[in-house]
Design a protein around this ligand. Structure first.
Ligand SMILES: *Cc1c(COP(=O)(O)O)cnc(C)c1O
Ligand code: SF4
Length: 456
């Protein structure tokens, strides 16, 4: 049984988003360097900006601003835009241009920042009786991604993330019973699916009642082939009160218990960027309560320059995580989107950080896999570097693939110290294509924009 949080409820802090329009009310803002403040005001017209009192008061160390990792993660920075773009917006804002004029320029700049990488929103959309199911993605045979319409925002925004962009400015989207019905119907038609991964945005932004409406139907007997429900979330990092003092915190935990009792594995796929996020009293409490329901918490995050591009951040994160019973899962390389030049790290450097961290850890932390790129063929992992017949190469493999037969077959790319993404890599050792490329081309053509379920 879950202990209720009633005793700690004397005056629970209520969630309220802090944005460009309200940030000036926080005391830390007053104390900030005026130049930094102006940069935030201007860049936040283009890039996402949302924090909350918990992030501001408990995660950011204001003595270390602007270098503080969580400040870098959540507050837009001057150098995230190039000079031309920055100045265009700055001139309009300083000249008090009208909203439509600013909006037009901002949209243009956003388009140039590649807001929808790798055809994410148009590829892999499954169909049911000839109808496209827009809130789902089925790329890997056994796993279905589900994006509930009402889970498309987060308790705070990561500045490198463009996932939220398509929803900004849209009117409040209503819960549609149909979404949930479609999910159930699709799963019934696809017994090869063992895992549903509920993602967003952040699905834990939803009230428990809504989460239940979406997910309770997955617990029925007809869903026997479904073994695992995963919830991708950054809420234990950005708003752990969701599991401790929010009105429906206890109810959320009760629902987690229901899932576990139904015989399925419930995995909270926690997005943790930095050890500070799991060290606060509130975060520890949230994680302890989640785990007390029988759910497991796994840890995953991208490697981000200015935030966690050092060995210590990762060893601390994984060690502290494992101490609290969390399971290290993936380290990602940031995909090609947003203010990428600001955040990106050469693959060679990412590999170095990963390996140096990995080597310092005990076996229980070595459940992590990376550095991994979610790309067109699948999740491409850099295994290491090697020298073969005098040629320096990256050794890679696929952790997930459009065709499961591709998984776990090492392949080689020419070593390139500057490459930051898989499309910069060239086959090595005299080959001119990677082993999966011909088949991938065929799959892509036959898909004609929609998705074939590989081997279905
Ligand atoms: C990562 C990912 C999954 C889940 O893959 P696992 O290796 O099982 O964690 C599912 N779908 C997509 C599109 C993904 O990128
Ligand atoms: S929590 Fe996840 S979805 Fe939300 S802004 Fe950060 S990376 Fe994007």
């Amino acid at each position: 049984m879950i202990q209720t949080a009633a005793s700690s409820r004397s005056a629970p802090e209520r969630y309220r988003a802090v944005t460009r329009h309200t940030i000036h009310r926080t005391p830390q803002w007053e104390a900030m360097d005026p130049e930094l403040r102006e940069a935030v005001e201007i860049v936040s017209h283009v890039l996402p900006f949302r924090v909350n009192s918990y992030v501001v008061n408990h995660l950011i160390d204001w003595d270390r601003v602007p270098d503080d990792p969580i400040f870098q993660l959540t507050f837009p920075q001057r150098a995230m835009l190039d000079d031309d773009d920055f100045n265009r917006v700055a001139d309009l804002v300083r000249g008090q241009a009208d909203r439509d004029e600013i909006k037009a320029v901002v949209n243009e700049i956003r388009m140039g920042l590649n807001p929808h990488p790798a055809g994410q929103m148009t590829h892999n959309v499954p169909e049911l009786n000839g109808r496209r199911l827009e809130g789902m993605q089925h790329k890997y045979r056994e796993t279905l991604l589900f994006f509930p319409a009402r889970g498309q925002t987060c308790h705070a925004y990561c500045t490198y993330c463009f996932r939220w962009a398509q929803f900004v400015g849209m009117p409040e989207i209503k819960f549609e019973a149909r979404e949930s019905e479609d999910l159930v119907a699709y799963l019934k038609a696809h017994p090869e699916i063992t895992d549903v991964l509920v993602t967003g945005g952040d699905p834990m932004i939803m009230k428990t009642k809504l989460l239940r409406e979406y997910l309770a139907p997955l617990l029925s007997e007809e869903m026997e082939h479904l073994k695992t429900i995963r919830i991708g979330t950054k809420s234990p990092a950005y708003w752990p009160q969701r599991f401790v003092t929010d009105d429906d915190a206890d109810d959320a935990l009760r629902f987690f218990e229901d899932v576990v009792r139904s015989g399925k594995h419930l995995a909270i796929m926690g997005h943790f960027s930095h050890p500070v996020e799991i060290r606060t009293e509130m975060a520890r409490k949230a994680l302890r309560r989640i785990r007390s329901t029988g759910a497991e918490v796994r840890m995953q995050a991208p490697l981000i320059r200015h935030v966690n591009d050092n060995v210590e951040a990762w060893t601390d994160l994984w060690r502290e995580g494992v101490r609290q019973g969390l399971i290290p899962y993936y380290m990602f390389v940031e995909r090609d989107t947003g203010a990428k030049n600001y955040f990106e790290i050469p693959l060679a450097r990412g590999l170095e950080i990963y390996q140096e961290a990995f080597r310092q850890l005990s076996g229980l932390c070595r459940t992590v896999r990376g550095p991994s790129m979610s790309a067109h063929p699948g999740k491409v992992r850099i295994l290491g570097t090697a020298e073969v017949h005098g040629e320096k190469v990256f050794v890679l493999d696929l952790l997930q693939a459009r065709n499961p037969d591709w998984v776990g077959r090492p392949f080689f790319a020419r070593f390139d110290p500057e490459a930051t993404w898989v499309n910069h890599l060239e086959p090595a050792l005299g080959r001119d294509r990677f082993f999966f490329q011909d088949e991938l081309d065929e799959l892509t053509v036959s898909a004609a924009g929609a998705l074939p379920v590989v081997n279905a």
